[in-house]
Design a protein around this ligand. Structure first.
Ligand code: AMX
Length: 436
């Protein structure tokens, strides 16, 4: 069988055994200490979550199912001979099953998503009724939440399904949601920015990204390849980031995938999470206005210094976990060098990559002076005429569905319990500290 579900049905019992084994053999062992800073500092870096789908190594970068992201990009099946990028459908297969798909396996996911991709009318009517002032991310959260009227998990749960089979309906919901996201996200874009023009019909000749771009009214083949790459790169980033953790947390209450993903998107909408790419473009626009498209190195250094002097950070640089150039930045830059190396924005981003790290190193406090994923994505989207900054986080959200929903399937498959850490008031914390 080429399908993900059949593979999961074989793998899940084996993984459950492993998981139970870990619990039985090592459940009471201590692997980390909790400091007061952890309690009041956002639990930064505490090893508290499990994540089957992806992992980060501070020096080596990002791994999907143990495979370096750049190798994932190289090995993913292409839609057709000569396509430059792999498909996000292949990434979903990889993240859920742990195996790099064969070409026909990735195509099977494409076919399934085409079949499941049309959005129910009540949801489209709700999107159409939104005032344009409602932020595209708020619209995405609302639309995904309302799709829960479709939930197979809710149906199964209400019929008394046993815990052991929860994953099956979670899988169905996750597939349906991934399939519908391009049409949902495109309807939001067209309503907010294009007076409601544009198609909402899934074309079975197109893959997931192709359908998304056509519905956005941006059918350029190179742009579709860019979106494939973008969807691959933003899909997953361990479990501890806000969007992944929110999905897991809400899912742990047995809320269905539509509600869990909606919560995830509420988190992604925050300026400290999904909005950073927008900030980079705002900064670059100010830079170009102040010193032009082809400034000298000294002018660039002075602009960066002025940013720092005014108490701002340089957006797009630094990372909470990684300690080297973000591989997602490098992969986007490789795309840019192939397709649009003469674009003024791309040239500037590439030049800044050589200049900013040395300036940040001199501050002697920045743990990672190199660019992150957000330093590049904006100029590429601008190059292909997707210019509405307010929309960029929605693209990120569509991509993030692949990772957080894959993990959600596994969380239910492995029987992850409801999350319920202990909290203290500040005076209780002081008491705890004295007793410690
Ligand atoms: N410019 C200037 N100063 C920076 C900096 C940057 N790009 N990155 C870090 N620093 C400063 C911090 O502000 C901090 O200063 P402080 O001690 O005076 O408060 C000091 O260096 C140490 O911080 P850090 O340990 O290197 O980083 P962090 O883990 O606390 O924060 C991050 C990580 C990404 C929030 C930070 O590097 C930053 O603000 N970068 C710019 C914004 C950005 O690009 N955000 C997107 C991140 C990517 C993503 O996850 N989407």
């Amino acid at each position: 069988d080429k399908g993900i579900k059949a593979k999961l049905a074989k793998k899940i019992p084996v993984e459950r055994e492993k998981f139970l084994g870990i619990k039985c053999l090592h459940g009471t062992k201590t692997i980390a200490k909790i400091s007061v800073n952890s309690v009041i500092g956002g639990m930064r870096g505490l090893p508290l979550l499990f994540c089957e789908t992806s992992s980060l190594d501070k020096n080596k970068g990002i791994f999907y199912r143990g495979m370096l992201l750049k190798d994932v990009c190289a090995k993913l099946p292409r839609v057709r001979e000569g396509s430059q990028e792999g498909t996000p459908e292949g990434v979903f297969f990889l993240l859920t099953t742990g195996e790099m798909p064969k070409k026909e396996e990735a195509e099977e996911v494409t076919k399934e998503w085409v079949k499941r991709g049309n959005v129910p009318r009540y949801c489209l009517r709700m999107i159409d009724s939104m005032d344009k002032r409602v932020h595209p991310m708020a619209q995405l959260c609302a639309a995904c939440a309302c799709l829960n009227a479709q939930s197979k998990f809710v149906e199964a749960y209400n019929k008394g399904a046993k815990r052991g089979v929860y994953w099956e309906s979670i899988y169905e919901d996750s597939m349906n949601l991934c399939a519908m996201l391009p049409a949902v996200a495109a309807a939001i874009y067209n309503n907010v920015f294009k007076e409601g023009e544009g198609s909402r019909e899934i074309n079975k000749e197109q893959d997931w990204s192709g359908n998304y771009c056509h519905m956005l009214g941006l059918p350029d083949e190179d742009f579709i390849d860019l979106i494939r790459l973008y969807m691959i790169l933003h899909a997953d980033h361990e479990s501890g980031n806000v969007s992944a953790h929110a999905c897991h947390l809400v899912g742990s209450a047995l809320s269905d995938p539509f509600l869990s993903f909606s919560a995830s998107m509420c988190g992604l909408a925050g300026p400290l999470h999904g909005l950073a790419n927008q900030e980079v473009l705002v900064w670059l626009t100010k830079l170009r206005k102040a010193i032009g498209d082809e400034p000298t190195d000294d002018e660039l250094k002075k602009f960066i210094d002025d940013t720092l002097q005014s108490g701002q950070v340089v957006p797009g640089y630094g990372h909470a976990v990684l300690r080297d150039t973000d591989p997602r930045f490098v992969l986007q830059n490789e795309f840019a060098m192939k397709h649009c190396k003469d674009d003024a924005g791309v040239k500037l981003v590439t030049r800044l990559w050589k200049i900013i790290p040395d300036v940040l190193k001199k501050l002697n406090k920045v743990a990672n002076p190199y660019p992150n994923v957000d330093a590049h994505s904006g100029v590429l989207l601008q190059h292909y005429c997707l210019k509405e900054l307010n929309y960029y986080t929605v693209l990120f959200g569509v991509s993030r569905a692949l990772g957080v929903l894959s993990q959600l399937i596994w969380s239910r498959a492995l029987g992850a319990p409801i999350e319920r850490p202990k909290s203290f008031s500040s005076s209780e914390l002081c008491k705890y500290i004295k007793e410690a």
